[in-house]
Design a protein around this ligand. Structure first.
Ligand SMILES: *[C@@H]1O[C@H](CO)[C@@H](O)[C@H](O)[C@H]1NC(C)=O
Ligand SMILES: *[C@@H]1O[C@H](CO)[C@@H](O)[C@H](O)[C@H]1NC(C)=O
Ligand SMILES: *[C@@H]1O[C@H](CO)[C@@H](O)[C@H](O)[C@H]1NC(C)=O
Ligand SMILES: *[C@@H]1O[C@H](CO)[C@@H](O)[C@H](O)[C@H]1NC(C)=O
Ligand SMILES: *[C@@H]1O[C@H](CO)[C@@H](O)[C@H](O)[C@H]1NC(C)=O
Ligand SMILES: *[C@@H]1O[C@H](CO)[C@@H](O)[C@H](O)[C@H]1NC(C)=O
Ligand SMILES: *[C@@H]1O[C@H](CO)[C@@H](O)[C@H](O)[C@H]1NC(C)=O
Ligand SMILES: *[C@@H]1O[C@H](CO)[C@@H](O)[C@H](O)[C@H]1NC(C)=O
Length: 790
């Protein structure tokens, strides 16, 4: 399943307008251009040089924060050939790609053998002069065309510098990011479209596309494009749509003639609406530089034209680049300020600001751009997937993007209101698949326990959660969960991981119920302990150099456990069909107390944690996605995000610091292969930010674990306009173990604190660091508010 070829991408991002204005009224313009520290290529490559497979799958292109926008998923592979520059993308997602639609491709010839209906006859290698910066990307094609691009909210600007000779721009409405070999029902397909040519080279139309990893219903995107220099000639074209497609029509008499692509007869052909497009051409008296603006809208071509004109008033590319950078600096980068002077560690600056960049590419703000229903509530898309971002990404939004975050939650609730359920993998206006639990519940609970109210109707928020907890679709295995108290191995896939996730989901209900429906609280607290129902106390580890007792195991609907050939260290292929989706044994954030007890007490818990960091402890070969990780602990895998910090729960914080810092240094780099696997919509990047600021949030609880910062002075703007200052003394390459902590000036003897301590009104956290690992904490261990003894 390697991705062989690729498209170049072009992400445009939506910025929240009213949010921006409020922001501008209150703050001075950011003083420092933090965008210079961003390397947009971190995560663009995987373990095979030149290929994106197994890498971050990030977007490379022009983008503004929370804009509209996907290895191939990001639409970019280092050695890929360019087939088009397109307007919509995801960033960091795995599985088959989504988007890559509304495209342009500059060409130096359209004569045979070029066939504009066959991308393999015109695609181009890049000659290697790529420049990737915040909201700017440029590359040079083998045929000598230089492409530069930048993005605004719902529009983009493209600048082509042609060599002497012919100049053409191809607009192929049927273009989308192709499947990299996955096949099945999650590949994208083109259903139809229209293109109209107006005076002066303006073109409008729409394209309709379906599929993608979330198996989305068709979505229609309207577009409006123009050129600075009107083309000398323009013509539309039409061709039979021959792409393989889901549920395609075939004639009973043997179907249509098989088409020829790339010189080969295609085995599969479907009959759908024709492919359409246009070719624009300029004669040799026109300038070599051709510039184009393109707007897009889910609502209408008129809106797409207005976006183009309003958002990109000038053909001067730099103006759009600068406007986007200003937004990035003001809205995103300046929220976490560290010393950027000459003595600062440049690598760490790049890692910090690049991570902030990647965690703000998705989800997409679609204010006013919801084609499905009319509502006064905000509209967001590309929660892709909440399974990835619920663990620590949203907790960071809560602090540094409170307005956008409240808006996202209102949109999640509005999706429930009109679409029936809150999403897990929503993209292209379609809720799509649910990876495990109904994890939007965790997002709501995390916001609720930290006091977020604002314009959120929590009566309805809680109602949306109850529907997830009680009605099929919210969670796929409620037919097991409700009567049995676990997800069974004979009637359901992913029985272990879903049992674990549903437990936390029900804990989330408990958290919100305490305020919104106290009568429900004990029921959901009870259900949050259901993970205990699949715990086998005397099950002993297999093929480990040390022996451990007590694991979760597959349980049949009859109540019996099925331990045949079961090895808790191996999740089989860790797929959607397996007993466990990925590594799960340590993921009980709401009741660490019981988990520790079940693992044999603090000493055995520590021994088990130590073991999962041992080289070669993993009995599974993670392949290209594994980033060379051979420990059971896998930081490229979201369920393990909190695992290195679990030593805090036995008051051995120094080990959490040592392990997590090692992971941060070992697997996150200022390099194209700089994240361990897919960035997952910025989830991995946000993990690193928490690591660098010296704390970790426990999702669904108003609790943060104290760790050890990578910078000596950090000013974070939180809760709209409050300042949290995090400072250290004695920070050094070998000097990072905590010796003591002061919170708001007071000596602090616990290795954790609560949201209200410093995250509401701001405050200070001062770390005294040193080279010696010591047990500095004497207070109570972090709480287990979901503690239930069965
Ligand atoms: C090239 O076009 C064909 C036919 O539409 C399509 O199946 C294929 O996915 C395209 N390849 C790329 C790299 O876009
Ligand atoms: C943090 O804020 C304080 C108080 O305004 C200031 O003195 C300090 O220089 C700031 N540190 C950084 C890294 O911006
Ligand atoms: C910067 O910090 C990293 C750890 O993040 C370290 O590996 C590197 O050596 C430091 N660079 C300098 C110049 O100190
Ligand atoms: C919240 O939603 C409930 C149920 O739909 C409704 O009765 C109530 O009026 C709403 N509250 C507000 C403040 O809009
Ligand atoms: C908790 O669940 C158990 C079964 O697992 C049941 O017997 C008990 O009544 C439940 N308690 C509450 C308060 O719902
Ligand atoms: C028990 O697990 C084994 C190994 O996965 C499997 O082959 C077998 O079908 C399972 N038994 C039942 C009753 O599901
Ligand atoms: C334990 O290791 C041996 C040798 O590698 C292997 O044959 C066996 O299948 C493993 N057992 C389990 C349960 O994984
Ligand atoms: C881990 O396994 C590899 C491959 O089997 C081996 O080369 C390496 O020496 C092992 N490392 C340790 C620390 O055991």
């Amino acid at each position: 399943m390697r991705h062989g070829m690729t498209l170049l991408i072009f992400g445009i991002l939506v910025v929240i307008q009213q949010y921006l204005e409020e922001f501008r009224g209150r703050y001075a313009t950011a003083q420092v251009d933090y965008s210079q520290f961003v390397n947009p290529l971190i995560g663009s490559e995987g373990p095979y040089p030149g290929e994106a497979f197994g890498g971050g799958d990030i977007l490379v292109g022009g983008a503004v924060p929370f804009g509209d926008r996907a290895t191939l998923n990001g639409g970019f592979t280092p050695n890929g050939k360019v087939t088009a520059i397109s307007m919509m993308h995801e960033s960091g997602t795995g599985g088959p790609p989504k988007y890559g639609v509304i495209a342009q491709m500059p060409l130096t010839t359209i004569k045979a053998p070029v066939n504009i209906l066959d991308n393999t006859t015109y695609w181009q290698r890049r000659v290697g002069n790529d420049v990737a910066q915040v909201n700017y990307f440029s590359t040079e094609l083998a045929d000598g065309i230089k492409i530069e691009l930048s993005g605004a909210r719902h529009s983009g600007i493209l600048q082509y510098t042609f060599p002497d000779g012919e100049r053409h721009v191809l607009v192929d409405v049927s273009h989308y990011l192709p499947d990299g070999g996955f096949g099945g029902s999650s590949i994208q397909y083109y259903l139809g479209g229209e293109i109209n040519l107006k005076d002066n080279g303006i073109y409008t139309g729409y394209g309709t596309y379906g599929g993608g990893f979330n198996e989305g219903a068709p979505m229609t995107v309207h577009f409006c494009g123009d050129f600075e220099t009107p083309p000398t000639k323009s013509k539309t074209f039409k061709g039979r749509n021959t792409d393989p497609m889901q549920r395609q029509h075939n004639f009973a008499n043997g179907g249509p003639q098989l088409p020829i692509f790339g010189g080969q007869i295609s085995e599969q052909a479907g009959l759908m609406n024709d492919r359409v497009g246009a070719v624009f051409s300029w004669d040799s008296s026109s300038p070599n530089m051709i510039r184009s603006r393109v707007g897009i809208s889910f609502i209408s071509t008129d809106k797409a034209c207005r976006f183009k004109d309003d958002e990109i008033p000038s053909y001067d590319l730099q103006q759009t680049v600068d406007a986007g950078r200003k937004e990035w600096n003001e809205e995103v980068f300046s929220k976490i300020q560290v010393d950027t002077g000459e003595s600062a560690n440049q690598t760490n600056l790049i890692l910090l600001y690049s991570s902030l960049y990647f965690m703000h590419l998705m989800p997409s703000n679609r204010e006013g751009e919801n084609p499905l229903w009319k509502s006064d509530e905000p509209s967001w898309d590309d929660f892709y997937a909440i399974w990835d971002i619920f663990r620590c990404t949203v907790s960071l939004y809560h602090l540094i993007q409170p307005t956008a975050y409240e808006s996202m939650i209102r949109s999640l609730i509005d999706i429930w209101r009109y679409d029936g359920f809150m999403p897990d993998g929503r993209s292209g206006n379609w809720n799509g698949l649910t990876q495990g639990g109904s994890n939007a519940d965790n997002v709501l609970a995390d916001a609720y326990v930290k006091g977020l109210r604002g314009g959120i109707n929590w009566t309805e928020g809680y109602a949306a959660m109850v529907k997830d907890a009680e009605r099929k679709e919210g969670r796929g295995a409620l037919y097991d969960w409700i009567p049995l108290g676990y997800v069974s191995s004979d009637r359901s896939t992913r029985c272990i991981s879903r049992t674990v996730e549903y437990s936390l989901n029900d804990f989330s209900l408990y958290q919100v119920a305490q305020g919104e429906a106290p009568g429900d609280a004990s029921k959901y607290l009870n259900r949050s302990a259901n993970w205990q129902n699949i715990w086998v106390h005397d099950l002993v580890s297999v093929n480990t150099t040390e022996s451990f007792k007590g694991f979760m195991a597959p349980r049949l609907s009859s109540g019996e456990f099925n331990l045949t050939n079961y090895n808790p260290a191996i999740c089989d292929e860790c797929s959607w069909r397996s007993v466990t989706y990925e590594e799960y044994s340590f993921t009980i954030p709401h009741d660490a107390e019981t988990l520790i007890e079940f693992m044999g007490g603090a000493a055995d818990f520590e021994r088990r944690l130590d073991y999962i960091f041992e080289p070669n402890s993993s009995q599974a070969n993670l392949g290209a996605n594994g980033a060379g990780i051979n420990t059971i602990m896998n930081i490229g895998n979201e369920p393990d995000f909190a695992t290195p910090y679990l030593y805090n729960y036995i008051n051995k914080q120094y080990k959490s610091v040592e392990r997590s810092r090692y992971l941060g240094n070992r697997y996150f780099k200022n390099a194209n292969y700089g994240v361990p696997g897919n960035s997952d919509a910025g989830a991995l990047n946000s993990w690193l930010i928490w690591q660098m600021i010296g704390m970790y949030p426990i999702v669904t609880q108003p609790v943060y674990l104290l760790e050890s910062p990578w910078f000596s002075d950090i000013n974070m703007t939180i809760n709209h306009d409050k300042i949290l200052r995090i400072s250290t003394t004695n920070l050094g390459q070998e000097s990072f173990y905590v010796q003591s902590v002061r919170l708001n000036g007071q000596r602090w003897n616990k290795n954790w604190f609560e949201h209200t301590d410093v995250m509401v009104d701001g405050g200070t956290i001062e770390f005294e660091l040193g080279p010696e690992p010591i047990i500095w904490e004497s207070g109570s261990v972090p709480p287990s508010p979901g503690h239930v003894e069965k």
